[in-house]
Design a binder for this molecule. Structure first.
Ligand SMILES: Nc1ncnc2c1ncn2[C@@H]1O[C@H](COP(=O)(O)OP(=O)(O)OP(=O)(O)O)[C@@H](O)[C@H]1O
Ligand SMILES: O=C(O)C1=C[C@@H](O)[C@@H](O)[C@H](O)C1
Length: 296
Protein backbone atom coordinates (compact mmCIF):
# COMPACT_ATOMS: atom_id res chain seq x y z
CA UNK A 1 0.00 0.00 0.00
CA UNK A 2 2.50 2.57 -1.22
CA UNK A 3 1.79 5.58 -3.41
CA UNK A 4 3.83 8.22 -5.15
CA UNK A 5 2.97 11.41 -7.04
CA UNK A 6 4.56 14.67 -8.17
CA UNK A 7 3.19 18.17 -8.70
CA UNK A 8 4.78 21.30 -10.19
CA UNK A 9 5.39 24.58 -8.40
CA UNK A 10 3.83 27.76 -9.78
CA UNK A 11 4.32 31.47 -10.30
CA UNK A 12 1.83 34.28 -9.77
CA UNK A 13 -0.23 36.21 -12.29
CA UNK A 14 -2.65 37.63 -9.70
CA UNK A 15 -2.25 37.41 -5.95
CA UNK A 16 -5.67 36.62 -4.43
CA UNK A 17 -5.00 38.31 -1.10
CA UNK A 18 -6.69 41.54 -2.25
CA UNK A 19 -9.94 40.37 -3.86
CA UNK A 20 -10.15 36.59 -3.32
CA UNK A 21 -9.69 36.09 -7.06
CA UNK A 22 -6.26 34.98 -8.25
CA UNK A 23 -4.33 33.48 -11.13
CA UNK A 24 -1.17 31.39 -11.39
CA UNK A 25 0.84 29.31 -13.87
CA UNK A 26 2.63 25.99 -13.39
CA UNK A 27 6.43 25.91 -13.74
CA UNK A 28 8.76 23.04 -14.42
CA UNK A 29 10.04 22.38 -10.88
CA UNK A 30 8.42 19.63 -8.83
CA UNK A 31 7.60 18.36 -5.40
CA UNK A 32 7.25 14.59 -5.00
CA UNK A 33 5.34 12.83 -2.22
CA UNK A 34 5.59 9.19 -1.21
CA UNK A 35 2.96 7.65 1.05
CA UNK A 36 3.21 4.32 2.86
CA UNK A 37 -0.11 3.23 4.34
CA UNK A 38 -0.51 1.01 7.43
CA UNK A 39 -3.68 -0.80 8.47
CA UNK A 40 -4.00 1.55 11.45
CA UNK A 41 -2.12 4.13 13.50
CA UNK A 42 -1.17 7.80 13.17
CA UNK A 43 -0.20 9.76 10.10
CA UNK A 44 3.36 11.08 10.38
CA UNK A 45 5.10 13.39 7.94
CA UNK A 46 8.66 14.19 6.94
CA UNK A 47 10.00 16.95 4.67
CA UNK A 48 13.28 15.88 3.10
CA UNK A 49 16.11 18.26 4.00
CA UNK A 50 13.96 20.25 6.46
CA UNK A 51 13.75 18.25 9.70
CA UNK A 52 12.29 21.20 11.66
CA UNK A 53 9.65 22.23 9.09
CA UNK A 54 5.95 22.01 9.82
CA UNK A 55 4.53 18.70 8.54
CA UNK A 56 0.87 19.39 9.44
CA UNK A 57 -0.14 20.25 5.86
CA UNK A 58 0.94 16.93 4.36
CA UNK A 59 -0.34 14.95 7.35
CA UNK A 60 -3.75 16.65 7.05
CA UNK A 61 -3.82 15.88 3.30
CA UNK A 62 -3.36 12.17 4.02
CA UNK A 63 -5.96 12.24 6.81
CA UNK A 64 -8.59 13.91 4.62
CA UNK A 65 -8.05 11.46 1.75
CA UNK A 66 -8.19 8.47 4.11
CA UNK A 67 -11.36 9.86 5.75
CA UNK A 68 -13.00 10.20 2.34
CA UNK A 69 -11.75 7.14 0.45
CA UNK A 70 -9.98 4.86 2.95
CA UNK A 71 -10.75 2.74 5.98
CA UNK A 72 -8.96 4.31 8.96
CA UNK A 73 -5.43 3.68 7.69
CA UNK A 74 -2.36 5.28 9.29
CA UNK A 75 0.55 6.42 7.13
CA UNK A 76 4.04 7.77 6.71
CA UNK A 77 4.25 10.58 4.17
CA UNK A 78 7.45 12.17 2.89
CA UNK A 79 8.00 15.05 0.45
CA UNK A 80 11.10 15.86 -1.58
CA UNK A 81 11.08 19.22 -3.33
CA UNK A 82 13.00 21.10 -6.02
CA UNK A 83 11.43 24.38 -4.83
CA UNK A 84 12.28 26.23 -1.62
CA UNK A 85 9.59 26.72 1.03
CA UNK A 86 8.18 30.16 1.79
CA UNK A 87 9.72 31.60 -1.38
CA UNK A 88 6.46 32.52 -3.15
CA UNK A 89 6.69 29.59 -5.55
CA UNK A 90 3.73 27.61 -4.18
CA UNK A 91 5.68 24.80 -2.60
CA UNK A 92 2.76 24.25 -0.21
CA UNK A 93 0.29 23.77 -3.09
CA UNK A 94 2.68 21.40 -4.89
CA UNK A 95 3.25 19.43 -1.68
CA UNK A 96 -0.49 19.21 -0.96
CA UNK A 97 -1.35 18.11 -4.51
CA UNK A 98 1.42 15.52 -4.61
CA UNK A 99 0.40 14.17 -1.21
CA UNK A 100 -3.31 13.90 -2.08
CA UNK A 101 -2.52 12.06 -5.33
CA UNK A 102 0.06 9.79 -3.67
CA UNK A 103 -2.47 8.83 -0.98
CA UNK A 104 -5.13 8.08 -3.61
CA UNK A 105 -2.50 6.01 -5.43
CA UNK A 106 -1.69 4.08 -2.24
CA UNK A 107 -5.41 3.40 -1.68
CA UNK A 108 -5.83 2.28 -5.30
CA UNK A 109 -8.38 5.03 -6.01
CA UNK A 110 -8.22 6.05 -9.69
CA UNK A 111 -7.77 9.68 -10.71
CA UNK A 112 -9.37 11.11 -13.85
CA UNK A 113 -6.94 13.24 -15.84
CA UNK A 114 -9.82 15.29 -17.26
CA UNK A 115 -9.49 13.82 -20.74
CA UNK A 116 -11.38 10.62 -20.14
CA UNK A 117 -8.28 8.69 -19.04
CA UNK A 118 -7.84 7.39 -15.52
CA UNK A 119 -4.72 6.27 -13.65
CA UNK A 120 -6.44 2.89 -13.15
CA UNK A 121 -9.30 1.11 -14.82
CA UNK A 122 -12.09 1.22 -12.21
CA UNK A 123 -15.13 3.45 -12.83
CA UNK A 124 -15.42 5.74 -9.78
CA UNK A 125 -12.50 8.07 -10.47
CA UNK A 126 -11.69 11.24 -8.54
CA UNK A 127 -11.24 14.32 -10.74
CA UNK A 128 -8.00 16.27 -10.45
CA UNK A 129 -10.01 19.40 -9.55
CA UNK A 130 -11.62 17.52 -6.64
CA UNK A 131 -8.19 16.28 -5.56
CA UNK A 132 -6.87 19.86 -5.60
CA UNK A 133 -9.85 21.03 -3.50
CA UNK A 134 -8.99 18.41 -0.85
CA UNK A 135 -5.45 19.80 -0.67
CA UNK A 136 -6.85 23.33 -0.35
CA UNK A 137 -9.06 22.18 2.51
CA UNK A 138 -6.02 20.69 4.22
CA UNK A 139 -4.07 23.95 3.70
CA UNK A 140 -6.89 25.94 5.32
CA UNK A 141 -7.08 23.53 8.25
CA UNK A 142 -3.29 23.58 8.68
CA UNK A 143 -3.36 27.40 8.67
CA UNK A 144 -0.76 27.79 5.89
CA UNK A 145 -2.88 29.94 3.57
CA UNK A 146 -4.97 33.11 3.63
CA UNK A 147 -7.56 32.44 0.90
CA UNK A 148 -7.05 28.69 0.45
CA UNK A 149 -4.92 29.44 -2.65
CA UNK A 150 -7.05 27.42 -5.09
CA UNK A 151 -5.37 29.53 -7.82
CA UNK A 152 -1.96 28.06 -6.98
CA UNK A 153 -3.37 24.59 -6.27
CA UNK A 154 -5.30 24.39 -9.56
CA UNK A 155 -2.34 25.64 -11.63
CA UNK A 156 -0.12 23.03 -10.01
CA UNK A 157 -2.69 20.23 -10.34
CA UNK A 158 -3.91 20.96 -13.89
CA UNK A 159 -0.91 22.73 -15.44
CA UNK A 160 -1.06 25.89 -17.56
CA UNK A 161 -2.62 29.13 -16.35
CA UNK A 162 -5.65 29.06 -14.07
CA UNK A 163 -7.85 31.97 -12.97
CA UNK A 164 -9.91 31.21 -9.87
CA UNK A 165 -12.27 32.60 -7.27
CA UNK A 166 -10.75 31.31 -4.05
CA UNK A 167 -13.79 32.34 -2.01
CA UNK A 168 -15.70 29.40 -3.53
CA UNK A 169 -12.75 27.35 -4.86
CA UNK A 170 -14.14 27.98 -8.33
CA UNK A 171 -12.16 27.57 -11.56
CA UNK A 172 -13.00 30.60 -13.75
CA UNK A 173 -10.61 29.88 -16.64
CA UNK A 174 -7.78 27.57 -17.65
CA UNK A 175 -5.48 27.89 -20.62
CA UNK A 176 -2.13 26.47 -21.62
CA UNK A 177 0.75 28.88 -22.24
CA UNK A 178 4.32 28.25 -23.40
CA UNK A 179 6.76 30.70 -21.86
CA UNK A 180 10.34 30.67 -20.77
CA UNK A 181 10.42 31.74 -17.12
CA UNK A 182 13.14 33.53 -15.15
CA UNK A 183 12.99 33.29 -11.36
CA UNK A 184 14.89 35.33 -8.79
CA UNK A 185 14.71 33.91 -5.27
CA UNK A 186 16.36 36.12 -2.64
CA UNK A 187 17.75 34.41 0.45
CA UNK A 188 15.02 35.62 2.81
CA UNK A 189 11.73 33.72 3.28
CA UNK A 190 8.10 34.93 3.60
CA UNK A 191 5.30 32.64 4.80
CA UNK A 192 1.99 33.47 3.09
CA UNK A 193 0.03 33.12 6.32
CA UNK A 194 2.07 36.03 7.79
CA UNK A 195 1.29 38.49 4.96
CA UNK A 196 -0.31 41.85 5.80
CA UNK A 197 -3.77 41.29 4.27
CA UNK A 198 -5.08 44.73 5.26
CA UNK A 199 -2.38 46.41 3.14
CA UNK A 200 -3.18 44.06 0.23
CA UNK A 201 -6.83 45.08 0.42
CA UNK A 202 -5.84 48.71 -0.23
CA UNK A 203 -4.84 47.80 -3.81
CA UNK A 204 -8.21 46.18 -4.63
CA UNK A 205 -9.10 48.75 -7.37
CA UNK A 206 -5.85 47.95 -9.23
CA UNK A 207 -6.18 44.20 -8.75
CA UNK A 208 -9.74 44.21 -10.09
CA UNK A 209 -8.31 45.54 -13.36
CA UNK A 210 -5.79 42.67 -13.46
CA UNK A 211 -8.61 40.13 -13.09
CA UNK A 212 -10.40 41.59 -16.11
CA UNK A 213 -7.13 41.43 -18.07
CA UNK A 214 -6.51 37.80 -17.08
CA UNK A 215 -10.05 36.74 -17.96
CA UNK A 216 -9.47 38.36 -21.38
CA UNK A 217 -6.29 36.26 -21.78
CA UNK A 218 -3.90 39.21 -21.31
CA UNK A 219 -1.83 37.35 -18.74
CA UNK A 220 1.45 39.23 -19.12
CA UNK A 221 -0.11 42.66 -18.60
CA UNK A 222 -2.19 41.34 -15.71
CA UNK A 223 0.93 39.94 -14.11
CA UNK A 224 2.94 43.14 -14.44
CA UNK A 225 0.21 45.34 -12.97
CA UNK A 226 -0.29 42.79 -10.19
CA UNK A 227 3.43 42.80 -9.42
CA UNK A 228 3.70 46.58 -9.14
CA UNK A 229 0.63 46.73 -6.87
CA UNK A 230 1.75 43.93 -4.54
CA UNK A 231 5.38 45.14 -4.36
CA UNK A 232 3.91 48.38 -3.04
CA UNK A 233 1.44 46.72 -0.68
CA UNK A 234 3.86 44.15 0.75
CA UNK A 235 6.88 46.49 0.72
CA UNK A 236 9.06 44.64 -1.80
CA UNK A 237 11.26 46.57 -4.29
CA UNK A 238 9.89 47.42 -7.74
CA UNK A 239 13.40 47.62 -9.24
CA UNK A 240 13.50 43.89 -10.27
CA UNK A 241 10.26 44.45 -12.22
CA UNK A 242 11.55 47.63 -13.89
CA UNK A 243 14.80 45.83 -14.83
CA UNK A 244 12.82 42.93 -16.35
CA UNK A 245 10.45 45.23 -18.27
CA UNK A 246 13.39 46.26 -20.51
CA UNK A 247 13.07 42.77 -22.03
CA UNK A 248 9.65 41.20 -21.31
CA UNK A 249 6.02 42.24 -20.81
CA UNK A 250 5.21 39.91 -17.93
CA UNK A 251 6.93 40.15 -14.54
CA UNK A 252 5.62 39.95 -10.99
CA UNK A 253 6.42 39.40 -7.37
CA UNK A 254 5.33 35.77 -6.98
CA UNK A 255 2.73 35.18 -4.28
CA UNK A 256 3.67 37.03 -1.13
CA UNK A 257 7.33 37.04 -2.18
CA UNK A 258 10.21 37.16 -1.95
CA UNK A 259 10.69 35.53 -5.42
CA UNK A 260 10.02 37.37 -8.68
CA UNK A 261 9.02 35.64 -11.94
CA UNK A 262 9.35 36.99 -15.49
CA UNK A 263 7.91 35.33 -18.60
CA UNK A 264 8.30 35.57 -22.36
CA UNK A 265 10.52 34.42 -25.23
CA UNK A 266 13.59 32.47 -24.11
CA UNK A 267 16.16 34.92 -25.55
CA UNK A 268 14.51 37.85 -23.70
CA UNK A 269 13.97 35.94 -20.48
CA UNK A 270 17.70 35.07 -20.49
CA UNK A 271 18.41 38.82 -20.48
CA UNK A 272 16.18 39.20 -17.43
CA UNK A 273 18.12 36.45 -15.71
CA UNK A 274 21.40 38.26 -16.50
CA UNK A 275 20.01 41.47 -14.98
CA UNK A 276 18.78 39.63 -11.88
CA UNK A 277 22.14 37.83 -11.52
CA UNK A 278 23.42 41.14 -10.11
CA UNK A 279 21.21 40.65 -7.05
CA UNK A 280 21.96 38.50 -4.01
CA UNK A 281 20.24 35.13 -3.88
CA UNK A 282 19.57 32.62 -6.63
CA UNK A 283 18.36 33.17 -10.22
CA UNK A 284 17.29 30.35 -12.52
CA UNK A 285 15.56 29.64 -15.79
CA UNK A 286 12.69 27.23 -16.32
CA UNK A 287 9.58 26.90 -18.49
CA UNK A 288 5.83 26.76 -17.99
CA UNK A 289 4.27 23.32 -17.48
CA UNK A 290 1.10 22.38 -19.30
CA UNK A 291 0.52 18.91 -17.86
CA UNK A 292 0.24 19.51 -14.10
CA UNK A 293 0.48 16.84 -11.41
CA UNK A 294 0.90 13.12 -12.05
CA UNK A 295 0.84 9.83 -10.21
CA UNK A 296 3.70 7.34 -10.26
N1 LIG B 1 7.74 20.69 0.26
C1 LIG B 1 6.87 20.73 1.28
N2 LIG B 1 6.56 19.59 1.94
C2 LIG B 1 5.67 19.62 2.95
N3 LIG B 1 5.07 20.72 3.42
C3 LIG B 1 5.34 21.88 2.80
C4 LIG B 1 6.24 21.95 1.70
N4 LIG B 1 6.31 23.24 1.30
C5 LIG B 1 5.49 23.94 2.10
N5 LIG B 1 4.93 23.13 3.01
C6 LIG B 1 4.03 23.49 4.11
O1 LIG B 1 3.38 24.70 3.81
C7 LIG B 1 3.69 25.68 4.81
C8 LIG B 1 3.67 27.06 4.23
O2 LIG B 1 4.53 27.07 3.19
P1 LIG B 1 4.92 28.33 2.41
O3 LIG B 1 4.54 29.61 3.06
O4 LIG B 1 6.32 28.06 2.07
O5 LIG B 1 4.05 28.18 1.17
P2 LIG B 1 4.51 28.50 -0.24
O6 LIG B 1 3.50 27.80 -1.02
O7 LIG B 1 5.93 28.18 -0.55
O8 LIG B 1 4.41 30.03 -0.25
P3 LIG B 1 3.74 30.94 -1.29
O9 LIG B 1 2.26 30.74 -1.09
O10 LIG B 1 4.23 32.29 -0.92
O11 LIG B 1 4.19 30.46 -2.60
C9 LIG B 1 5.02 25.21 5.38
O12 LIG B 1 5.19 25.69 6.69
C10 LIG B 1 4.82 23.72 5.38
O13 LIG B 1 4.00 23.33 6.45
O1 LIG C 1 -2.34 32.06 0.94
C1 LIG C 1 -3.00 32.46 -0.03
O2 LIG C 1 -4.23 32.50 -0.01
C2 LIG C 1 -2.31 32.91 -1.24
C3 LIG C 1 -0.94 33.05 -1.23
C4 LIG C 1 -0.18 33.47 -2.41
O3 LIG C 1 0.48 32.38 -3.00
C5 LIG C 1 -1.07 34.14 -3.44
O4 LIG C 1 -0.38 34.29 -4.67
C6 LIG C 1 -2.34 33.37 -3.68
O5 LIG C 1 -3.12 34.03 -4.66
C7 LIG C 1 -3.14 33.25 -2.41
Amino acid sequence: MNGRASAPAAGTIINALATGRGAAFAIDRETTATVELHDEGDVTGEIDGAPDADTRLIERCVELVVAEYGDGEGAQVKTESEVPMAAGLKSSSAAANATVLATLDALGVPVDDGEGRTSESSAAAVSREAAARLGVRAAREAGVTVTGAFDDASASMLGGVTVTDNTGDELLARETVEWAVAVWTPDERAFSADADVARCERVVPVVEVTTDLALAGEYERAMTVNGLAFCAALDFPTEPAIAALAHVEGVSLSGTGPSYVAVGERSEVEKVQEAWDEYEGHTWLTTTRTDGAWTG
